[in-house]
Every structure is written in C-alpha cells, then in structure tokens.
Design a binder for this molecule. Structure first.
Ligand code: NAI
Length: 342
C-alpha cells in the first residue's frame, strides 16, 4: 500500500498520552501514514523556543496533512494561539465538528449533528488592544472582528456541499445579525444569496440567532441537523454539542482548507488530568477516523469507529469522564484487541 506522508504533533498536557493511544489504534489498523514528528504550542517553546517553529510549518507545507494533539495557549497574555496561527497559515477555513451518540441511554440519545465553523475570520483575528487611562494600562479593551464576503462564501460553500454530499437534510445558519448587523449580518446575507443562486431545491436552509440556538440545542437538539456559523459562535457551540454526546472526550474536529487539512480533538490540553494516564483518547481517535475518511480510506475509518463503539458499549470499557474506571492504556488495549480480532 502506498504510504501517505503526514505530520504528527503530539501536543501539550494530555496530548502525548492520547496521541500514543491513537497511534496504537492506527498501527493495529495498518493505516498507511508515514509520520513526520513535529512540535508546537508549549512543546514548541520548550524544544525550539517557538510555539510554532519553522520546521513544523515546513513539514505541514510538505505533507499537507496533520494529526494534532491539543496545544496549550496562555490566558490573557503570552504568545498567540498556535492553533489559530496554523489555521491562518494554511487557510484552513472550514472547521468540521460532527457529534453523534456513541453510548446509548445517556441524557440525550440518537444525537447526529454536524457543526461547521468558519475558522479564519471574525473576532479571532487578534486585532485587539488596550487603551491606558489614568495609570490603568487596561482601562479600555478594544477588539475588532472582521468577516468578509469571500470568507463567508468559502465556509458556506463548504457547508452546503458537505451537507449535500453527506445526505444531510437541512443547513441552519447561526448568527447574531439582530445586534451585530454588519459583522454577522454579512454571513447571513451571503448564506441567503448563495441559497438562492445555487442550493435551493437541493437542501433546506434556515437560520437561528445564536442565543436561541444554544437554548434550543439544550431543550431539543433533534430539531437541528447541520449548523454553520462564524468563528467564535462555532467555538462555543461545538463545546455545547460535545456535551450532548458525553463531553469533550467524545468530539473530533477537522480543519480543512483548499490544499491542507489538520485533524484534532475539540478539547484542549486538560492540564488538570495531564500525566495521570486517565484521559479519554476517543476524541483524537475519532479525529484520526475523520483523517482516514479524508484520504479516502473510509473503510479503515469505519473500522476504527466500530472498534470504539464496541469497546464503549459491548465491552463496557470506559474512562473516568464517561463514568468508567478504565485508564487510557486499558481503554486503548481494548480498542486494539477489537481491531485485531474484529
Ligand atoms: P480543556 O478542553 O483542556 O479541558 C476542559 C475540561 O474537560 C477539563 O476538566 C478536562 O480535564 C476535561 N477534558 C478535556 N479533554 C478530556 C479528555 N480527552 N478526557 C477526559 N477529560 C477531558 O479546556 P481548558 O482547560 O479550558 O484548556 C486547557 C488548555 O488547552 C488551554 O491552554 C487552552 O488554550 C488549550 N486548548 C487547546 C485546544 C486545541 O489545541 N485545539 C482547544 C481548546 C483549548
């Protein structure tokens, strides 16, 4: 089988633990990735004095494909998020975050939602500054959000095409155009323009205001199918949707651009449990399954998803965040043995 070059960033905190687990599963599957290891985030600072070293960027420029663990970002100061920089550098404008129920019988059953988040614009551009007054250096804080017609078109086209290709029924545009009439109004306006131009009759489209959307997702998530929204709203709502299927340990994501893709878990580096060997590697494993789908090896992706589901349900092997007692290693061993024997 031809080997597929790919960059591997284990990441910070629980990153190396869940990455080891995911690599064990990929090895058991015989997934033909030719890994190039690279560092970023706090790992980049420690190894190379840079949260996003040139060698890491060069590797992704070459492979155009990466699997990435979570990267730590200092709060309220320090270096800018390496995740955000990677998404900008490789123009990964679409962040695809699917959630589906893997463990039946929970608070919400039969969840099958896809959230598509614009990944490069909005309030995440980092145009922020303080104005000092009367000796208080932080007397006023100012942030500028930027959404462009082109940026909106890119993610919306991706969302329409994704929804149609995956047999989804309805695309819901999430916005706050009643208040941020320009910043999120442009997104909503572009969606309706594109719907009229090209997508009417192929799929249903509607829209909802972000605050109402959050409430509706909690009260009755089954009323939604596929959601598309701007950067910040997508970041917040995708943690909410992860919560519908058992939490952050269960939610994968793909950052997709025209000529590169980076797959990762939705969650962060979980410093509170790092090094304890108890992290749930499912989200990163599901991200690896999305990566297999992306390189047109859906059969391997399906086998990995099947092994995860079998381990969680038939074997009842679960990590602590899901109410189980298994360590990361015990969970991983169970997955590997399912893949090998399944
Ligand atoms: P977090 O997602 O790391 O953790 C939130 C809570 O969920 C914690 O209680 C944690 O223990 C739990 N959790 C997360 N993943 C888990 C897993 N796989 N298994 C079991 N429990 C899990 O969010 P937090 O604490 O706000 O951020 C920590 C760091 O991660 C920050 O530096 C942040 O900037 C970074 N981060 C990085 C992301 C990325 O690389 N894509 C995404 C989100 C945050």
């Amino acid at each position: 089988m031809t080997r597929i070059p790919a960059t591997l960033i284990a990441g910070d905190g629980i990153g190396p633990e869940i990455m080891d687990a995911t690599l064990a599963a990929l090895d058991a599957l015989g997934a033909p990735f030719e890994w190039e290891s690279a560092v970023a985030g706090m790992g980049g600072v420690k190894a190379a004095g840079d949260p996003l070293p040139g060698a890491t960027l060069d590797s992704i420029r070459k492979t155009r494909l990466a699997l990435k663990g979570p990267l730590e970002t200092p709060v309220g100061g320090g270096y800018r998020s390496s995740n955000v920089r990677l998404r900008e550098e490789f123009k990964l404008y679409a962040n695809v975050r699917p959630v589906s129920t893997l463990i039946p019988g929970g608070r919400y059953d039969n969840i099958d939602l896809v959230l598509l988040r614009e990944n490069n614009e909005g309030l995440y551009m980092g145009y922020e500054h303080f104005i000092p007054i009367d000796g208080d250096p932080h007397a006023v804080a100012i942030a500028t959000g930027v959404n462009t017609r082109k940026g909106a078109r890119n993610i919306l086209e991706y969302a329409f095409e994704y929804a149609i290709a995956h047999g989804r029924k309805r695309l819901t545009v999430v916005h706050k155009a009643n208040i941020m009439k320009a910043l999120t109004g442009i997104f909503l306006e572009t969606a309706y323009m594109m719907y009229e131009e090209k997508y009417k009759g192929k799929i249903l489209m509607d829209d909802v205001i972000i605050d109402a959307c959050a409430m509706k997702l909690v009260m009755n998530p089954w009323q939604f199918d596929t959601l598309v929204t701007t950067n910040l709203f997508g970041d917040i709502l995708s943690d909410l949707t992860a919560g519908l299927v058992g939490g952050l340990g269960m939610a994968p994501g793909g950052n997709i651009g025209a000529d590169a893709a980076i797959f990762e878990a939705v969650h962060g580096s979980a410093p509170d449990i790092a090094g304890k060997g108890i992290a749930n590697p499912t989200a990163l494993m599901l991200a690896a399954a999305m990566m297999l789908d992306h390189v047109k090896m859906k059969d391997l992706g399906d086998r990995l998803r099947g092994a995860i589901s079998g381990t969680l349900n038939a074997d009842n092997v679960r990590t602590g965040d899901l109410g189980g007692k298994a360590s990361t290693k015990q969970f991983t061993d169970a997955i590997v043995s399912r893949i090998k024997n399944g």
